[in-house]
Design a protein around this ligand. Structure first.
Ligand SMILES: [Zn+2]
Ligand SMILES: [Zn+2]
Length: 212
């Protein structure tokens, strides 16, 4: 069994679930979606005693990516993801931040764009990348078949799905992404999402009103 630990750090006024994922044996790990509130994220990293190797982004929205450039520069680590279709969102992060009263967001240029079929490493554990557009054009999901865990960003929520009224969003595309890529993972897959509590695929397949 891999020795992965996950800490959730709610950040920004949107209470976005920034995640610190690390290997308990090597104490190396990643930060997923550092949207803002960097002091809180730094604190969590220090308390856990983790050496951060990279930053991963599920998509380009301000609450997920707003602090990525600053944290990457500070830690001297690369940014991986999302899919290149979110480049326009990452470029306009400063303007987007201003419109929500979040100062200091910098544009992000990822060191690596991700696409369907890629893999990313978190604390030495391999995750498959799924491209799941609809909430944003470049949303990606990280899947560990071994852990039966999916980190889904804002694609799927417990009892809900991501909004599709933001630039580049499309509801039908989002539902298709969930039905063709997330539900087939299997009912026993757990998921962590960008806002609120996580859940499992089986319960969403059975009860999520957006997936009927
Ligand atoms: Zn979003
Ligand atoms: Zn979000």
């Amino acid at each position: 069994m891999p020795h992965l630990k996950i800490g959730i750090i709610p950040v920004t006024l949107f209470e976005q679930n920034c995640s610190l994922v690390w290997n308990e044996e090597t104490m190396k790990g990643v930060v997923i979606d550092p949207g803002g509130d960097l002091p809180r994220i730094r604190d969590a990293i220090t308390k856990a005693g983790v050496t951060v190797e990279k930053i991963l982004l599920t998509h380009g929205h301000i609450d997920h990516a707003g602090g990525a450039a600053e944290l990457a520069a500070e830690l001297g680590v690369p940014v991986e993801g999302p899919h290149q279709a979110d480049a326009f969102l990452l470029e306009r992060l400063p303007e987007s931040g201003k419109s929500y009263g979040m100062a200091g967001a910098r544009p992000v240029t990822p060191n690596r764009w991700l696409d369907e079929g890629d893999t990313v490493s978190m604390g030495g554990e391999s995750f498959d990348v799924l491209h799941c557009p609809g909430h944003s054009p470049g949303s990606v999901v990280f899947v560990s078949p071994e852990l039966k865990l999916a980190i889904v960003g804002d694609v799927l929520f417990r009892g809900s799905v991501g909004r599709s009224d933001i630039a580049g969003g499309d509801h039908a595309t989002l539902i298709a992404s969930i039905k063709t890529k997330l539900l087939p993972l299997g009912d026993d897959f757990a998921f962590l999402c960008g806002h609120g509590p996580g859940g499992n695929i089986g319960e969403e397949r059975r009860t999520n009103p957006f997936l009927r």
